[in-house]
Design a protein around this ligand. Structure first.
Ligand SMILES: CC(C)(COP(=O)(O)OP(=O)(O)OC[C@H]1O[C@@H](n2cnc3c(N)ncnc32)[C@H](O)[C@@H]1OP(=O)(O)O)[C@@H](O)C(=O)NCCC(=O)NCCS
Length: 392
């Protein structure tokens, strides 16, 4: 197989659902902006040379519906000949899009592809606007349809992850993210235009554009005491709270993937190669354990061990499951989510896999890590993991 090189990987900030900076900005506009930025940041790349645009989206309906991968390609000014697709594997959709786009290059079916992700949780709620589970199957298999927070409670209970450990994990997520923001370490983050509607003197709303240049869910002022006081969010006497769950968020991200031939022809400086991608299934009612099985499968494919990996981005869907996976795999916690994770930075569902790719690559450059792994749990009971190798 050929190599697939990631030459550019960028993201918008992640902003809180319903009350954050992107609450009134349409997902197509976030994605259009980040696709155009990815192209502009790739020297000598012309839009007409892109073979395909693959976009992860978890609830592809309403504002982000139809085929947003195709629609946004056109909105962003790609020629009509450049196709586009929308990919859904729930929380790994953005990573799935990057891996499918990379596989086309690896197979020799394409030279240049884009993989990305988008989600406006402000505009399309988790579960979609009109969920219609199968009436009989729901009765016999309710676990496939339960709230993600309930699966996090199940993991906490079954694998004995106490409330205090979850809150400490959440606290550190915010502290690491706050420090990274202060030190401008989110080099993959692109200040992004957003809109707001402001009431004007004649009682009509005026649309204004502004630039959002930071992740607005980071709580620099949080404390272990404040976290300990929060009520459980998904069951009466549970341990999973608003503080130790991922935040619901809006955002978009994109990576440009190129063959070796095109790297040379366009004189590009690749960041990393995508080496392997592994997926597993697990019990839906404890879907959070996914990374525990996906990461070893990935390492086996690559012939590497946990200690070969310099940095990990493991999606913090919930502290209970992320912490459980890190402990079960005996991963050095200092290598995990070094600038915070989804508890502080948000989890814009279908965008997350693409967002974490851009963060992981930036962190691999910052730490000089040869290998980095991105992994996440997936609703319905799955885990995904991808291995990236830094280019010289
Ligand atoms: C848990 C959940 C329901 C909470 O939703 P929410 O109430 O909108 O959460 P918020 O972040 O706005 O927090 C609510 C309040 O809790 C308190 N709070 C939250 N985090 C806190 C922290 N770290 N420190 C102190 N207080 C905190 C605050 O009072 C906050 O209100 P404020 O924003 O006005 O200050 C939601 O985040 C959720 O569903 N998360 C999981 C998403 C998911 O399942 N994704 C898929 C995973 S597979």
């Amino acid at each position: 197989m050929r190599e697939a090189y990631i030459v550019t990987s960028v993201r918008t900030p992640g902003c809180k659902m319903g009350k954050g900076a992107f609450k009134d900005t349409r997902p197509e506009d976030l994605l259009t902006f980040i696709l155009n930025t990815a192209i502009e940041k790739t020297p000598n790349l012309s839009k007409k040379d892109v073979d395909d645009i693959m976009v992860g989206c978890c609830f592809p309906e309403a504002e982000q519906g139809l085929n947003i991968g195709r629609i946004v390609g056109q909105m962003a000014g790609f020629p009509v000949e450049v196709p586009g697709a929308t990919i859904n594997r729930f929380c790994s959709s953005g990573l799935e899009a990057i891996c499918q786009a990379a596989l086309r290059v690896m197979a020799g079916w394409a030279e240049i592809t884009i993989g990305g992700g988008v989600e406006s949780m402000s505009m399309v709620p988790m579960g979609g606007n009109m969920p219609r589970p199968h009436p009989e199957y729901t009765r016999t298999h309710p676990e496939l349809y339960i709230a993600m927070g309930v699966t996090a409670e199940n993991v906490a209970k079954k694998y004995e992850i106490p409330r205090q450990a979850q809150d400490e994990f959440a606290f550190h997520s915010h502290m690491k993210a706050a420090e990274a923001r202060r030190k401008n370490l989110f080099t993959e983050l692109i200040p992004t235009p957003a809109v707001r509607y402001v009431l004007s003197d004649n009682d009509t709303y005026k649309k204004e554009t502004f630039i959002q240049d930071f992740d607005d869910g980071i709580r620099e002022e949080t404390s272990l005491d404040a976290l300990a006081k929060l009520k459980s969010a998904f069951s009466v006497k549970g341990t999973v709270t608003a503080g130790n769950s991922s935040q619901t968020t809006d955002g978009a991200a994109a990576s440009v993937i190129v063959s070796e031939t095109k790297v040379k022809e366009l004189d590009l400086k690749p960041i990393a190669k995508l080496k392997s991608y592994a997926l597993v299934g697990c019990r839906p009612e404890e879907m959070g354990v996914g990374p525990k099985y996906a990461i070893p499968k990935l390492l086996k494919l690559a012939g590497l061990g946990i200690s070969d990996i310099g940095v990990f981005e493991i999606n913090e869907a919930f502290a209970s499951q992320a912490l459980y996976c890190v402990k079960a795999l005996d991963i050095d916690i200092k290598k995990v989510n070094i600038h915070g994770g989804a508890i502080a930075l948000g989890h814009p569902l279908g965008c997350t896999g693409a967002k974490l790719c851009s963060t992981l690559l930036a962190n691999m450059i910052q730490t000089g890590s040869k290998y980095g792994i991105e992994s996440m749990c997936i609703g319905g009971g799955m885990g995904a993991a991808a291995l990236f190798e830094l280019c010289e």
